[in-house]
Write a protein that binds this ligand. Structure first.
Ligand code: GDP
Length: 298
Protein backbone atom coordinates (compact mmCIF):
# COMPACT_ATOMS: atom_id res chain seq x y z
CA UNK A 1 0.00 0.00 0.00
CA UNK A 2 1.33 3.40 -1.01
CA UNK A 3 4.73 1.94 -1.89
CA UNK A 4 4.74 3.28 -5.46
CA UNK A 5 3.45 6.67 -4.41
CA UNK A 6 6.04 6.84 -1.70
CA UNK A 7 8.88 5.95 -4.12
CA UNK A 8 7.70 8.40 -6.76
CA UNK A 9 7.45 11.29 -4.34
CA UNK A 10 10.80 10.56 -2.85
CA UNK A 11 12.38 10.68 -6.36
CA UNK A 12 10.62 13.97 -6.97
CA UNK A 13 11.99 15.52 -3.82
CA UNK A 14 15.50 14.27 -4.59
CA UNK A 15 15.56 16.61 -7.58
CA UNK A 16 15.07 19.57 -5.28
CA UNK A 17 17.91 18.73 -2.98
CA UNK A 18 20.72 21.24 -2.86
CA UNK A 19 18.68 24.00 -4.44
CA UNK A 20 19.05 27.33 -2.66
CA UNK A 21 15.78 28.76 -3.83
CA UNK A 22 12.97 27.30 -5.90
CA UNK A 23 12.39 28.91 -9.28
CA UNK A 24 8.97 28.96 -10.90
CA UNK A 25 10.26 26.21 -13.21
CA UNK A 26 11.29 24.06 -10.23
CA UNK A 27 7.83 24.43 -8.70
CA UNK A 28 6.13 23.59 -12.01
CA UNK A 29 8.29 20.53 -12.53
CA UNK A 30 7.68 19.34 -8.97
CA UNK A 31 3.94 19.88 -9.30
CA UNK A 32 3.94 17.84 -12.52
CA UNK A 33 5.76 15.00 -10.81
CA UNK A 34 3.40 15.03 -7.84
CA UNK A 35 0.45 15.00 -10.23
CA UNK A 36 1.82 11.94 -12.04
CA UNK A 37 2.62 10.17 -8.79
CA UNK A 38 -0.93 10.68 -7.49
CA UNK A 39 -2.54 9.63 -10.78
CA UNK A 40 -0.39 6.53 -10.84
CA UNK A 41 -1.58 5.76 -7.30
CA UNK A 42 -5.14 5.83 -8.67
CA UNK A 43 -6.21 8.97 -6.85
CA UNK A 44 -9.35 10.50 -8.40
CA UNK A 45 -8.62 13.28 -10.88
CA UNK A 46 -10.51 16.11 -9.11
CA UNK A 47 -8.63 15.30 -5.92
CA UNK A 48 -5.30 15.30 -7.76
CA UNK A 49 -6.05 18.66 -9.37
CA UNK A 50 -7.00 20.30 -6.13
CA UNK A 51 -4.05 18.81 -4.31
CA UNK A 52 -1.49 19.92 -6.88
CA UNK A 53 -2.97 23.42 -7.18
CA UNK A 54 -2.83 23.83 -3.44
CA UNK A 55 0.77 22.60 -3.15
CA UNK A 56 1.82 24.87 -6.00
CA UNK A 57 0.21 27.92 -4.50
CA UNK A 58 1.70 27.30 -1.10
CA UNK A 59 5.16 26.51 -2.51
CA UNK A 60 5.14 29.80 -4.43
CA UNK A 61 4.03 31.77 -1.43
CA UNK A 62 6.32 30.12 1.07
CA UNK A 63 9.04 32.25 2.55
CA UNK A 64 12.56 30.88 2.61
CA UNK A 65 12.90 29.97 6.24
CA UNK A 66 16.13 29.53 8.08
CA UNK A 67 15.22 26.14 9.44
CA UNK A 68 14.11 24.37 6.26
CA UNK A 69 15.73 24.22 2.84
CA UNK A 70 13.40 24.44 -0.21
CA UNK A 71 13.14 20.67 -0.61
CA UNK A 72 12.18 20.24 3.05
CA UNK A 73 9.72 23.06 2.73
CA UNK A 74 7.94 21.37 -0.19
CA UNK A 75 7.89 18.07 1.69
CA UNK A 76 6.33 19.86 4.66
CA UNK A 77 3.64 21.36 2.43
CA UNK A 78 2.90 18.00 0.77
CA UNK A 79 2.75 16.36 4.19
CA UNK A 80 0.26 18.90 5.48
CA UNK A 81 -1.87 18.60 2.36
CA UNK A 82 -1.85 14.79 2.64
CA UNK A 83 -2.94 14.94 6.28
CA UNK A 84 -5.64 17.38 5.21
CA UNK A 85 -7.13 15.19 2.51
CA UNK A 86 -6.96 12.15 4.76
CA UNK A 87 -9.26 13.93 7.17
CA UNK A 88 -6.94 15.95 9.41
CA UNK A 89 -7.10 14.94 13.05
CA UNK A 90 -7.63 11.30 14.03
CA UNK A 91 -11.39 10.85 14.23
CA UNK A 92 -12.44 8.94 17.35
CA UNK A 93 -15.70 7.16 18.06
CA UNK A 94 -18.42 9.24 19.66
CA UNK A 95 -20.07 7.38 22.47
CA UNK A 96 -23.69 8.02 23.36
CA UNK A 97 -24.34 9.88 26.62
CA UNK A 98 -26.96 7.28 27.40
CA UNK A 99 -25.76 3.74 26.59
CA UNK A 100 -25.92 1.74 24.46
CA UNK A 101 -23.89 3.47 21.77
CA UNK A 102 -25.20 2.15 18.46
CA UNK A 103 -22.77 1.71 15.58
CA UNK A 104 -24.18 0.69 12.22
CA UNK A 105 -22.02 -0.73 9.43
CA UNK A 106 -22.93 -0.26 5.78
CA UNK A 107 -21.16 -1.23 2.57
CA UNK A 108 -21.06 -3.59 -0.37
CA UNK A 109 -20.94 -7.35 -0.06
CA UNK A 110 -17.35 -8.50 0.16
CA UNK A 111 -16.16 -5.14 1.54
CA UNK A 112 -15.20 -6.93 4.73
CA UNK A 113 -18.10 -5.75 6.91
CA UNK A 114 -18.68 -8.96 8.84
CA UNK A 115 -14.98 -9.40 9.54
CA UNK A 116 -14.76 -5.74 10.48
CA UNK A 117 -17.70 -6.02 12.86
CA UNK A 118 -15.83 -8.64 14.89
CA UNK A 119 -12.56 -6.69 14.72
CA UNK A 120 -14.29 -3.56 15.95
CA UNK A 121 -16.00 -5.52 18.75
CA UNK A 122 -12.69 -6.99 19.88
CA UNK A 123 -11.05 -3.57 19.76
CA UNK A 124 -13.91 -2.02 21.75
CA UNK A 125 -13.65 -4.81 24.30
CA UNK A 126 -10.00 -3.86 24.68
CA UNK A 127 -11.13 -0.29 25.38
CA UNK A 128 -13.09 -1.54 28.35
CA UNK A 129 -16.57 -1.60 26.83
CA UNK A 130 -19.00 -4.48 26.59
CA UNK A 131 -20.00 -4.72 22.93
CA UNK A 132 -22.75 -6.77 21.33
CA UNK A 133 -22.75 -7.76 17.66
CA UNK A 134 -26.02 -7.82 15.77
CA UNK A 135 -26.54 -9.98 12.71
CA UNK A 136 -28.85 -7.84 10.59
CA UNK A 137 -27.33 -9.07 7.34
CA UNK A 138 -30.04 -11.53 6.39
CA UNK A 139 -29.37 -11.35 2.68
CA UNK A 140 -26.37 -13.60 2.46
CA UNK A 141 -27.23 -17.10 3.71
CA UNK A 142 -23.94 -17.50 5.51
CA UNK A 143 -23.61 -14.02 6.99
CA UNK A 144 -25.33 -14.75 10.33
CA UNK A 145 -23.24 -17.89 10.83
CA UNK A 146 -20.07 -16.03 9.86
CA UNK A 147 -20.78 -13.29 12.38
CA UNK A 148 -21.48 -15.88 15.07
CA UNK A 149 -18.19 -17.65 14.36
CA UNK A 150 -16.24 -14.37 14.34
CA UNK A 151 -18.04 -13.14 17.44
CA UNK A 152 -17.10 -16.31 19.24
CA UNK A 153 -13.46 -15.88 18.22
CA UNK A 154 -13.59 -12.33 19.57
CA UNK A 155 -15.33 -13.49 22.73
CA UNK A 156 -18.24 -11.13 22.10
CA UNK A 157 -22.01 -11.70 22.39
CA UNK A 158 -23.79 -12.02 19.05
CA UNK A 159 -27.47 -11.25 18.70
CA UNK A 160 -28.87 -13.26 15.80
CA UNK A 161 -32.43 -13.91 14.70
CA UNK A 162 -33.80 -17.24 15.84
CA UNK A 163 -35.54 -19.25 13.14
CA UNK A 164 -39.17 -18.20 12.88
CA UNK A 165 -38.71 -15.11 14.99
CA UNK A 166 -38.46 -12.12 12.69
CA UNK A 167 -36.21 -13.94 10.24
CA UNK A 168 -36.08 -12.01 7.02
CA UNK A 169 -36.80 -8.70 8.71
CA UNK A 170 -33.50 -7.03 9.55
CA UNK A 171 -35.21 -3.93 10.93
CA UNK A 172 -37.07 -6.01 13.51
CA UNK A 173 -33.87 -7.88 14.39
CA UNK A 174 -31.95 -4.64 14.89
CA UNK A 175 -34.73 -3.18 17.07
CA UNK A 176 -34.93 -6.28 19.23
CA UNK A 177 -31.16 -6.30 19.57
CA UNK A 178 -31.10 -2.80 21.04
CA UNK A 179 -33.72 -3.81 23.62
CA UNK A 180 -31.71 -6.91 24.44
CA UNK A 181 -28.50 -4.85 24.80
CA UNK A 182 -30.23 -2.54 27.28
CA UNK A 183 -31.54 -5.49 29.25
CA UNK A 184 -28.18 -7.27 29.34
CA UNK A 185 -26.15 -4.07 29.91
CA UNK A 186 -24.10 -4.15 26.75
CA UNK A 187 -22.94 -0.58 26.25
CA UNK A 188 -22.05 -0.73 22.55
CA UNK A 189 -24.15 -2.34 19.83
CA UNK A 190 -22.59 -3.01 16.42
CA UNK A 191 -25.17 -3.65 13.72
CA UNK A 192 -23.91 -5.53 10.65
CA UNK A 193 -26.18 -4.84 7.68
CA UNK A 194 -26.60 -6.57 4.33
CA UNK A 195 -24.52 -5.71 1.30
CA UNK A 196 -24.95 -6.57 -2.35
CA UNK A 197 -22.41 -6.98 -5.07
CA UNK A 198 -23.37 -3.62 -6.57
CA UNK A 199 -25.32 -0.54 -5.62
CA UNK A 200 -29.05 -1.12 -5.70
CA UNK A 201 -32.03 0.83 -4.51
CA UNK A 202 -33.53 -1.95 -2.40
CA UNK A 203 -30.28 -2.41 -0.48
CA UNK A 204 -30.03 1.33 0.17
CA UNK A 205 -33.62 1.40 1.35
CA UNK A 206 -33.07 -1.48 3.73
CA UNK A 207 -30.00 0.17 5.22
CA UNK A 208 -31.90 3.46 5.53
CA UNK A 209 -34.80 1.66 7.25
CA UNK A 210 -32.44 0.06 9.78
CA UNK A 211 -30.80 3.44 10.34
CA UNK A 212 -34.18 5.06 11.02
CA UNK A 213 -35.19 2.24 13.36
CA UNK A 214 -32.05 2.16 15.51
CA UNK A 215 -30.95 5.83 15.28
CA UNK A 216 -27.24 4.98 15.30
CA UNK A 217 -24.73 7.24 17.02
CA UNK A 218 -22.27 6.40 14.26
CA UNK A 219 -22.86 5.02 10.79
CA UNK A 220 -19.62 3.66 9.37
CA UNK A 221 -19.21 3.05 5.66
CA UNK A 222 -16.97 0.03 5.10
CA UNK A 223 -15.07 -0.08 1.83
CA UNK A 224 -12.45 -2.31 0.26
CA UNK A 225 -9.42 -0.14 -0.51
CA UNK A 226 -8.45 -2.53 -3.30
CA UNK A 227 -11.34 -1.58 -5.57
CA UNK A 228 -9.62 1.68 -6.52
CA UNK A 229 -11.66 4.34 -8.31
CA UNK A 230 -14.87 2.33 -7.91
CA UNK A 231 -14.60 2.93 -4.20
CA UNK A 232 -15.25 6.62 -4.73
CA UNK A 233 -18.48 5.98 -6.67
CA UNK A 234 -19.64 3.49 -4.07
CA UNK A 235 -18.79 5.91 -1.27
CA UNK A 236 -20.83 8.64 -2.93
CA UNK A 237 -23.80 6.32 -3.56
CA UNK A 238 -23.90 5.27 0.09
CA UNK A 239 -23.54 8.86 1.21
CA UNK A 240 -26.57 9.84 -0.88
CA UNK A 241 -28.58 6.68 -0.11
CA UNK A 242 -27.89 6.03 3.56
CA UNK A 243 -25.53 8.71 4.82
CA UNK A 244 -22.62 7.98 7.15
CA UNK A 245 -20.35 9.68 9.64
CA UNK A 246 -17.01 8.11 8.83
CA UNK A 247 -15.27 5.61 6.60
CA UNK A 248 -13.54 2.32 7.40
CA UNK A 249 -10.96 1.17 4.87
CA UNK A 250 -10.42 -2.57 4.66
CA UNK A 251 -7.76 -4.73 3.01
CA UNK A 252 -5.07 -2.08 3.35
CA UNK A 253 -2.67 -5.01 3.49
CA UNK A 254 -3.54 -5.80 -0.12
CA UNK A 255 -1.60 -4.73 -3.14
CA UNK A 256 -3.54 -1.50 -3.54
CA UNK A 257 -2.01 1.70 -4.81
CA UNK A 258 -3.73 3.79 -2.18
CA UNK A 259 -5.88 5.94 -4.41
CA UNK A 260 -9.10 4.94 -2.67
CA UNK A 261 -7.84 6.00 0.72
CA UNK A 262 -6.79 9.39 -0.55
CA UNK A 263 -9.83 9.99 -2.74
CA UNK A 264 -12.72 8.93 -0.54
CA UNK A 265 -12.05 11.21 2.39
CA UNK A 266 -11.47 14.13 0.08
CA UNK A 267 -14.47 13.56 -2.21
CA UNK A 268 -17.02 12.76 0.50
CA UNK A 269 -15.71 15.09 3.18
CA UNK A 270 -16.00 12.20 5.65
CA UNK A 271 -12.99 11.16 7.69
CA UNK A 272 -11.45 7.72 7.64
CA UNK A 273 -11.87 6.42 11.18
CA UNK A 274 -10.53 2.89 11.11
CA UNK A 275 -8.21 0.84 8.95
CA UNK A 276 -8.35 -2.90 8.59
CA UNK A 277 -5.24 -4.55 7.27
CA UNK A 278 -5.44 -8.32 7.39
CA UNK A 279 -7.63 -11.33 8.02
CA UNK A 280 -6.74 -11.70 11.70
CA UNK A 281 -9.14 -10.05 14.16
CA UNK A 282 -6.32 -7.96 15.58
CA UNK A 283 -5.37 -6.52 12.15
CA UNK A 284 -7.27 -3.35 12.88
CA UNK A 285 -6.74 0.10 14.38
CA UNK A 286 -7.79 3.70 14.40
CA UNK A 287 -6.69 5.48 11.25
CA UNK A 288 -4.20 8.27 11.91
CA UNK A 289 -3.94 10.68 8.94
CA UNK A 290 -0.65 12.13 10.20
CA UNK A 291 0.99 8.73 10.54
CA UNK A 292 -0.25 7.66 7.12
CA UNK A 293 1.11 10.85 5.54
CA UNK A 294 4.47 10.33 7.23
CA UNK A 295 4.57 6.78 5.93
CA UNK A 296 3.92 7.97 2.40
CA UNK A 297 6.70 10.54 2.68
CA UNK A 298 9.12 8.27 4.51
P1 GDP B 1 -18.81 -8.70 3.90
O1 GDP B 1 -19.50 -9.37 2.76
O2 GDP B 1 -18.72 -7.22 3.69
O3 GDP B 1 -19.38 -9.03 5.23
O4 GDP B 1 -17.27 -9.19 3.85
P2 GDP B 1 -16.49 -10.29 4.72
O5 GDP B 1 -16.26 -9.79 6.10
O6 GDP B 1 -17.16 -11.61 4.55
O7 GDP B 1 -15.08 -10.27 3.98
C1 GDP B 1 -14.90 -10.68 2.65
C2 GDP B 1 -13.53 -11.34 2.51
O8 GDP B 1 -12.50 -10.38 2.73
C3 GDP B 1 -13.30 -12.44 3.52
O9 GDP B 1 -12.63 -13.49 2.87
C4 GDP B 1 -12.40 -11.80 4.57
O10 GDP B 1 -11.55 -12.73 5.21
C5 GDP B 1 -11.59 -10.83 3.74
N1 GDP B 1 -11.13 -9.66 4.49
C6 GDP B 1 -11.84 -8.83 5.28
N2 GDP B 1 -11.08 -7.83 5.77
C7 GDP B 1 -9.82 -8.02 5.28
C8 GDP B 1 -8.58 -7.31 5.41
O11 GDP B 1 -8.44 -6.27 6.06
N3 GDP B 1 -7.52 -7.84 4.71
C9 GDP B 1 -7.63 -8.97 3.95
N4 GDP B 1 -6.54 -9.39 3.31
N5 GDP B 1 -8.78 -9.64 3.81
C10 GDP B 1 -9.86 -9.19 4.46
Amino acid sequence: MFATLSDRLSDTFKNLRGKGRLSEADIDATAREIRLALLEADVALPVVKQFVASVKERARGSEVSGALNPAQQVIKIVNEELVGILGGETRRLRFAKQPPTVIMLAGLQGAGKTTLAAKLALWLKGQGTSPMLVAADLQRPNAVKQLQVNGERAGVTVFAPEPGNGVGDPVAVARRAIEEAKRTLHDVVIVDTAGRLGIDAELMQQAADIRDAVQPDEVLFVVDAMIGQDAVNTAQAFLDGVGYDAVVLTKLDGDARGGAALSIASMTGKPVMFASNGEKLTDFDLFHPDRMASRILD
